[in-house]
Design a protein around this ligand. Structure first.
Ligand SMILES: [Zn+2]
Length: 263
């Protein structure tokens, strides 16, 4: 399918079309791309805003929550007037206002085992902006299953981490952490988060999505975890290797499959 940009679109996206690594060809690819954002919260808000502004053709937003007053310090898709509304509705209104070209699809549910496949199928990239380990591992396993590239990120207090995964080519989230920690460790709800730290990480996720969709072969945050410390204002890389026995992207078996084999 070949599509052409309208004069309005060329003007709207002119500053990124000017970028030699992007250009008109990348803009057409973004226009045809479908990106799924899991969570319209601290990470999903800046990611979805920048993806909509950049002209991604279809943005899916998954979130089962309603907007609360304590969200507004970091979840910039939502305004004071939106308190009490479903986050997906508030997100769609904000994104459509920014760029009516974007087709925003909403899923007012939790991303769970029983709906993950149906929601994720057909998307080209996933931005994981979820706030819990179960969802992060489910996003990983679903993305690996369908071969969808995705961006992982986690944030707490003044720190964040992010990694991009190209299924079966680069290390996945399970190659790094085999499974959720035994007990829930720090999360924003109990430990706090500076809004701008969420903004930095969500913006990096949007950048990775655009680069991947525009066809960048190198420079993605793959086979490494990028760790950001806002207190010292330093970024560092932690090397991550693919695990041949990974239960998600390698030859390893899941705990359930092992139990069946041992029975
Ligand atoms: Zn893996």
């Amino acid at each position: 399918m070949s599509i052409r940009l309208t004069p309005d679109q060329i003007e709207r996206y002119s500053r990124q079309i000017m970028v030699p690594d992007l250009g008109g060809k990348a803009q057409v690819r973004l226009r045809q791309a479908k990106v799924l954002v899991i969570g319209a919260g601290g990470l999903g808000s800046p990611a979805a805003f920048y993806l909509a502004a950049a002209g991604i053709g279809t943005l899916g937003i998954v979130d089962s929550d309603k907007v609360e007053l304590s969200n507004l310090q970091r979840q910039i898709l939502h305004s004071t007037a939106a308190i009490g509304q479903r986050k997906v509705d508030s997100a769609k209104a904000a994104l459509t206002q920014l760029n009516p070209d974007v087709d925003v699809k909403t899923y007012p549910v939790r991303f769970e085992d029983n709906n993950a496949d149906a929601i994720a199928a057909g998307y080209d990239f996933i931005v994981d902006g979820s706030d819990n380990f179960d969802t992060k591992f489910l996003v990983n396993d679903t993305a690996i299953k369908f071969g969808i590239a995705f961006s992982h990120a986690g944030i707490v207090r003044l720190q964040g981490q992010t990694m991009t995964v190209i299924p079966r080519k680069t290390a996945c989230y399970r190659c790094l952490f085999q499974g959720p920690p035994p007990e829930e460790i720090l999360n924003c709800q109990v430990s706090g988060i500076l809004g701008a730290v969420a903004g930095t990480l969500g913006t990096i996720q949007a950048t990775e999505a655009v680069k991947y969709l525009a066809g960048f072969d190198e420079g993605l945050i793959t086979d490494r975890l990028l760790v950001y410390d806002a207190k010292t204002m330093k970024f560092r890389d932690v090397d991550v290797k693919r695990d041949p026995s990974c239960v998600s992207c390698g030859a390893g078996k899941t705990a359930a499959a092992r139990e069946t084999a041992n029975a």
